[in-house]
Structures are given as structure tokens and as C-alpha cells.
Design a protein around this ligand. Sequence first.
Ligand SMILES: Cc1cc2nc3c(=O)[nH]c(=O)nc-3n(C[C@H](O)[C@H](O)[C@H](O)COP(=O)(O)OP(=O)(O)OC[C@H]3O[C@@H](n4cnc5c(N)ncnc54)[C@H](O)[C@@H]3O)c2cc1C
Length: 297
Amino acid sequence: MQIAIIGGGVGGLTSAIYALRAGCQVTVFEQYGYGGITATLTDIENYPGVIKANGFDLTQQMLQQVKELGGKTIRKKVVSVVVRDDQTFTVQTTKDVHVFDAVIVASGTRRNNLGFEQPFVGRGVSYCATCDGNFYKGQVVAVAGSGAHAVNEALYLSSVAKKVYLICDKEIKADQLLLDKLTKMENIEILPNTSVVEVLGEEQLKAIKVLRDGEISTIDLSALFVAVGTSPQTEFLPDTIERNKGFLVVDDTMQTSQKGIFACGDVANGNLKQIVSACSDGAKAGWFCAKYLKLNK
Ligand SMILES: Cc1cc2nc3c(=O)[nH]c(=O)nc-3n(C[C@H](O)[C@H](O)[C@H](O)COP(=O)(O)OP(=O)(O)OC[C@H]3O[C@@H](n4cnc5c(N)ncnc54)[C@H](O)[C@@H]3O)c2cc1C
């Protein structure tokens, strides 16, 4: 009973642990580094049982668990999954082709962009405050976005930068704890109903233009952190699998509309995109996928 898990973030690694413990053989495909987004987070404060977790350490422990249970890992990008006539699945990577009895999709999301900031990516434009914030110590920076992710980015940057503009084109959506922290930070200025419309500079980003109430103004700064949401990564799957705004629709057992293909974590349809929910989904996907194989293969 061979299962392919596509994505080695917390969702994929947890599904691997549960499927392995249920007696299946598991291969986890990961295109970059195991641990996914969680591995890039330095201070996780809402993972039960750990008051302050380092994401890299936490996910390395999960990876270790997978390996100790006999899970196989392949560092390759999956480019397609094809359903075969005998209800097995061809998983093609950038290098080779494998056949599995079932698939768990745990490929997460990719960050959205504004559509015009690309010329300055890596030269003042970033998508990760914890990765790049330190380059702008004592300088003026801005975060574009209105969700919890944008608020978190602004809070992190407020401890590094001299001043942080939080540019929100919509109403801020974050839990009360985060909003309370935000209002306490004297070096964060929230610009409501405002959108970034242009990035300016030569070699390096120097300023942005923002639009508010029909008026355009310029903000001089050293960096813009873009935090405008994410999109699910499912392009390697058959188009026939049901999606909701791009997210994979799953039933109570985490099975997609395609029998034998399960999904978990941020790529699956559901409201809470968090580590604990990705792990919970992953546990269900691994366990129910193993049960599906025992009944059908
Ligand atoms: C800045 C930020 C801060 C956050 N802070 C918190 C927090 O404090 N607490 C919390 O609970 N949650 C937090 N979250 C949310 C949390 O990180 C996610 O909910 C969680 O990482 C989802 O895990 P996942 O396994 O579903 O996806 P991911 O972590 O996105 O992992 C998916 C993996 O799949 C791989 N992959 C994708 N496509 C392919 C392919 N074709 N082939 C091979 N591999 C592929 C990717 O490389 C990636 O490693 C935060 C998110 C962000 C962006």
C-alpha cells in the first residue's frame, strides 16, 4: 500500500506519520525544504503544548519522526498526477515517474503579489519579514495587506525598523490579541482604505505611491513587505478535481472528489489556515487514506 504525499510542510509530514503508523509505505515529495512555511517561522506562540516554538526545530522533529517510521523522502517538484485505469496514480516529478495506490496532496499555498513590484523583488521588495526584516534595521518600511499575516509582519518589523506603515486596502482581519498588540506599537502607522499603486527607485526601492480617497501620495521608504494573501498550489492535479476558489474540496475523511486522492493543510478548503489545523487535517488524511487502501486494495 504505497502512498505519495505531495508537500513536506506540517500537513504533509503529519499525514505521513499517521499513514506510516497505520502500516502504509509512504513517500513524501518536497520541492524546496521540508517543513514548508512553518520552517521559516521563528516565534510560534499558538501551537498547543509549546509556549514559544521555533518553526524550523519543530518541523525537523516531524521530519525525524517520518524518517524513523521508515518514510521515504524525495526532494523533487511534482509536476503532474494522473489517474490510471486501474485506479492507481502516476506521480511525475521534474526527474522521473512513480506509481502509487493513493495520493495525499499537502502542497500549501503560494504568496500573491501586487502585480507590479517584481522589478524590485530582492532589492527592497520582500514577501517575508522574518527572512529579510533585519536588512532594514532602523529604517522606514511598509507592509501591504489587511489580514493576520500582514499584521504579524508589521508587528515583527516594528521591533527592527524605525517606522512601519501598514497599508490596508480592506478592513483589517486579525484576532483581537494581534489587534491589541498592533495598537500598542507606537512606530506602526496604519493607513486605512489605502492601496499601493506604484513602486519607485533605481537599483534599490526608494519610495511607493499610494492611493487613498482618490488621491495619490508618495511615501519614502527602504522596503515594502507584500502580504496580500495566498493561492493554493494545485496546478499539477487533474482539472476534474473539485475546487472552491482554487482550494481542494474535501469530505469528512479529507478525500477530494477524486477517489484515492486526499488533501490536507492550507491547500484544502476550510477557514483556519494554521499549523494546528494543518496537523489535524494531516492526521485525518493519513489515517483515512490508510483505511481507504485497506478497504480497496
Ligand atoms: C508569515 C506567516 C506566519 C504564520 N504564522 C503562524 C503562526 O504563528 N501560527 C500558526 O499556527 N500558523 C501560522 N502561519 C500559517 C501556517 O504557516 C500554515 O497554516 C502552515 O504552514 C500550513 O502547512 P501546510 O503543510 O498545509 O503548507 P506549507 O507549509 O505551505 O507546506 C507545503 C509544502 O508543499 C511543497 N510543495 C508545493 N507544491 C509542491 C510540488 N508540486 N511538489 C513538491 N512539493 C511541493 C512546498 O514547497 C511546501 O514545502 C503563518 C503563515 C505565514 C505565511
